[in-house]
Design a protein around this ligand. Sequence first.
Ligand SMILES: Cc1cc2nc3c(=O)[nH]c(=O)nc-3n(C[C@H](O)[C@H](O)[C@H](O)COP(=O)(O)OP(=O)(O)OC[C@H]3O[C@@H](n4cnc5c(N)ncnc54)[C@H](O)[C@@H]3O)c2cc1C
Length: 238
Amino acid sequence: MILNKPYLLSEIKKLTPTVSSFVFSPQDKVSIDFSPGMFAMLQFKGEQLGETVARAFSMANCPPSPEFEFLIALVHGKLTSHLENAKVGDLYYISAPYGQFKFDFSEKNKFLFLAGGTGLAPFISMLRYIKSKGIKADCRLIYSVKYPDEIINKEELEAFGRSIGLKTTVTVTRPQPGDGWSGEKGHVNAEMIKRDAPDCADRISYICGPPAFVKALKDALISLGVNEKSIKAEMWGE
Ligand SMILES: Cc1cc2nc3c(=O)[nH]c(=O)nc-3n(C[C@H](O)[C@H](O)[C@H](O)COP(=O)(O)OP(=O)(O)OC[C@H]3O[C@@H](n4cnc5c(N)ncnc54)[C@H](O)[C@@H]3O)c2cc1C
């Protein structure tokens, strides 16, 4: 049964100019189990807002856990404007877990993760889970950001390369003169996937990002011979 429980905001960490990590802890310290990839509903009952606002956020932490960590783009909307001024100790309500975007290693252990922006969040949960459970998995991540300073948890992604053999490509779609970026540039496309995951038809593919990103990459995978049944997708934002 999914309960809507009180949680206190216990940690706020700025990860990039636009994305922060928010950790919420329950007063009862009871762990919630979920599959990496699933999401929670975060609810704020604000007096100033004069209404209850609830939004979905993918768990970035490793299950099971009493806490929830979300990687949230502060897009100046209803809930995110509130979060911009939130303080440790503030009260929220969370219900979880929800969703079908679930990490499943029962069938195959070869994965292709395609992330756009904060679409990285569920993959952080999956990678932390693979590492903590010692799962033998062959993981390929292609991660797209607009600007180099928007790369979330860069050091952790590099560390996954050493600990679980993750191979990562980060591509910057809006490189600027003088931004110091000398890596991959441009949108993720079929050519990039074919180059970095030539065996994509043999992998379970997970795509998470804005709707246009998810649609384009689903089409790209299908054009590369990937069976639609091997593709799982989650989308949000614009
Ligand atoms: C299953 C699921 C999982 C999600 N997981 C995450 C997550 O892990 N991290 C996260 O940051 N968000 C996530 N979201 C998005 C989140 O639920 C909210 O939609 C988002 O935080 C904006 O809420 P808001 O109340 O601040 O904006 P609203 O008041 O609802 O919207 C205000 C404006 O912001 C625009 N907007 C909304 N989202 C974005 C965006 N990402 N980028 C640019 N503009 C936007 C809207 O189009 C609108 O114009 C997820 C959504 C779903 C459905």
